[in-house]
Ligand binder design. Sequence first.
Ligand SMILES: [Fe+2]
Length: 248
Amino acid sequence: MSDRRDFLRKTALFGLSGLAGSLIGKEKLDAVESASDFLVNDGNSFVLPKLPYAYDALEPYIDKQTMEIHHTKHHQAYIDKLNGAPANSINFSVDDITKCESVDATTTALIRNNLGGYFNHSLFWTLLKPNPKGEANNPGVALAEAINRDFKSIDDFKKEFSEKATKIFGSGWCWLILDTTNKLRIVTSPNQDNPYMKVMADRGKVVLALDVWEHAYYLKYQNKRADYISNWWNIVNWEKAAQLFSGK
Ligand SMILES: [Fe+2]
């Protein structure tokens, strides 16, 4: 198994270095490496990260039951599948997400679906923040300047992001990324793909993430995905987004 693991590691590193050389410079490579913060294992298995707020803290925008099920059942399920895999998945890293292919189709699917699902949710929780008083919630100066540069205005950005997220067919994610030309762009992905993955046509460093799988909103919003998205803007953690944007 260790030989296989070594092969996986080498192929993942090759993919990452190739990516760095062809598309993403040193600065971006560091950003990808910092994304490893969202994959945590205790030496024996991957672990479910604690939420930085209570399950009911995002009320009234996301309800307590949805948050609890989303975290303890859906997020946990990706982890269980990783930990139950025979391919020594404990050694998977964000490098494997980046390369998103392996020695066999089963392991590739495990990376794409379950390592992706684990990573995406761990990242998503940090990009949410309670706002019980319904206060105005907008990006800070540096990120706002970049959004204004690339989308004309914050309102135009929010409108485009909301429209793209609403129109995702089936299950997926909507992302704000800093692409390889240092331009902010809104991209979407199916299932648990994300913009670090080589399988994505539009790639870059994640600044903002929105889960639009039905499990993220259906209990409260039923088929009204647009309402979920509209309310989500109230609980975006712009401080975290700014940190991801600046790489600090
Ligand atoms: Fe989800």
